[in-house]
Design a binder for this molecule. Structure first.
Ligand code: ZN
Length: 468
């Protein structure tokens, strides 16, 4: 015992001075430019204490880091769309590093450190927010109408009414998962989910924009990180009628394959795989460093009020559009699950916007990752997602939209479709919703009684919805 504690004391005596003199090193620096901010990430050999402040005339950002030595080149921080015009470094004390960034325009800095994860070690993150972004992006904001005829009117719809003659576009927000500091899943050969899903998202946008009556907006337009809550905020600001998050799976088992579609579950994940996925997707915020950012109180309250009113309608629409997307995807790629799965993904938690998350395939599967990187497969995936979305909105066009006008003027034929039974739904309620008779619904499904099971798939016969 005594020998052991003596030994321990001896080790501490030696270790302490070593620790005191050990300098943390900055090994590399990365810069990510987003439309409204610039993120600097310093890779460190250990944790650091730091401070960041601004100086004006000329505009500068000063970063002081204690007990740290610079062993990286900083010349990649200027040029392009970076607001940084020049970088200078010096020492404040013998062991304190000072980095001075000359800035072309005023920015608001925010900084924090990140602990190591699977991909990176200790990091210091400095975000420089462009000051112009304090004004809201309201140019494309449109009052939204509920998608389903049975949905309650969201608060947003009361803010302004579109003139009846204005046949608006249906707006689809496409959210390419991950980005910037968060690469998402990594496949064989270093193929990164964030790159693949951005390519598919851009292709999907191109296809949707080519169709009259629809407009697609990308939530993420380049290689930068967006916190999960911010993604749905961006979609809402763009007046989205539907939120589609695009991802590519990874699984510990390399053999896992197939596409899946998720809608939100209120009771958490419905399967082990779903739970695993939900965790890894939600972890994105921690990876990206937004873990401490809280939704502001007003938003939370508004969301709370809206939640009860429209969550049910949104979820029902999400399951419907999700099933259509999944069926179409099943024609061009194997499916991981035949039904829409439900999990607690953060990006799906919009009470007022039908939202789905599409896993386009397993990037961790060597075969599938090769396909995911292939341009024509990406186009086929986008086409199948697009078909599902089109099908859904032809059946459920938001009031005031061009597609609603097509339907109301008898220019849109509505073919047979599927309905997944949700709790509280009855034959008479569904017949009324789809504007058919209960007898039509019974005969189309060979129902012997009116007892429906939750999850049961019903065929809704074709109808003409002209002049509704
Ligand atoms: Zn993902």
């Amino acid at each position: 015992m005594r020998i052991q504690s003596l030994l321990a004391a001896f080790v501490i005596c030696i270790a302490l001075p070593l620790q005191a003199f050990a300098m943390t090193q900055i090994n590399s620096v990365r810069l990510w430019r987003a439309p409204d901010n610039t993120r600097l990430v310093f890779d460190l050999t250990g944790p650091v204490e730091h401070s960041v402040f601004t100086l004006s005339a000329p505009n500068r950002i000063v970063i002081d880091i204690k007990k740290t030595k610079l062993s990286a080149e900083l010349n990649g921080l200027t040029g392009g769309k970076s607001p940084i015009t020049q970088v200078r470094t010096g020492s404040r004390n013998a062991d304190e590093l000072r980095i001075v960034l000359d800035i072309a325009e005023q920015v608001t800095p925010k900084s924090f450190t990140l602990a190591p994860n699977q991909q990176y070690g200790h990091r210091l993150v400095v975000d420089l927010f462009d000051q112009a972004t304090n004004t809201p992006i309201s140019t494309t904001t449109v009052a939204r109408q509920p998608v389903s005829r049975t949905a309650p009117t969201p608060v947003a719809a009361k803010l302004s009414k579109l003139p009846a003659s204005n046949k608006r576009d249906i707006v689809i927000a496409i959210d390419a998962g991950h980005g910037g500091e968060d690469p998402g899943a990594i496949g064989p050969g270093g193929l990164r989910e964030k790159d693949i899903v951005l390519m598919i998202a851009k292709e999907l946008q191109r296809q949707i924009n080519a169709e009259k009556g629809f407009r697609a907006e990308l939530v993420r337009t380049g290689d930068y990180f967006i916190p999960l809550r911010r993604r749905t905020e961006i979609a809402r600001k763009k007046g989205a009628d539907l939120f589609v998050s695009v991802h590519a799976d990874a699984a510990p088992r390399a053999a896992a394959f197939g596409a899946s579609v998720f809608a939100l579950s209120d009771s958490g994940a419905t399967s082990e795989t779903a739970r695993w996925l939900a965790d890894s997707e939600n972890r994105s915020d921690l990876i990206g460093g937004a873990g401490n950012v809280k939704l502001d109180d007003k938003d939370a309250m508004l969301a709370g009020v809206l939640l009860d009113l429209s969550m049910t309608a949104s979820l029902s629409s999400s399951l419907d559009v999700g099933q259509k997307v999944l069926s179409n995807m099943g024609r061009i790629t194997p499916l991981h699950k035949k039904r829409v799965e439900q999990a607690g993904f953060m990006v799906l938690k919009s009470p007022d916007m039908p939202s789905i998350l599409v896993e386009t395939g397993f990037i961790s599967n060597p075969n599938e990752s090769k396909k995911l990187a292939n341009r024509s497969h990406q186009q086929a995936l986008a086409r199948s997602i697009h078909s599902g979305i089109r099908h859904f909105f032809q059946q459920n066009p938001p009031p005031g939209s061009y597609v609603a006008w097509l339907r109301d003027s008898g220019k849109l034929a509505i073919g047979p479709r599927e309905h997944v039974v949700r709790s509280g739904e009855s034959v008479s309620l569904l017949a009324q919703r789809y504007q058919i008779s209960p007898a039509q619904l019974r005969s189309a499904n060979k129902l012997k009684s009116d007892a429906l099971k939750v999850g049961q798939i019903l065929t809704v016969p074709a109808t003409t919805l002209a002049g509704q």
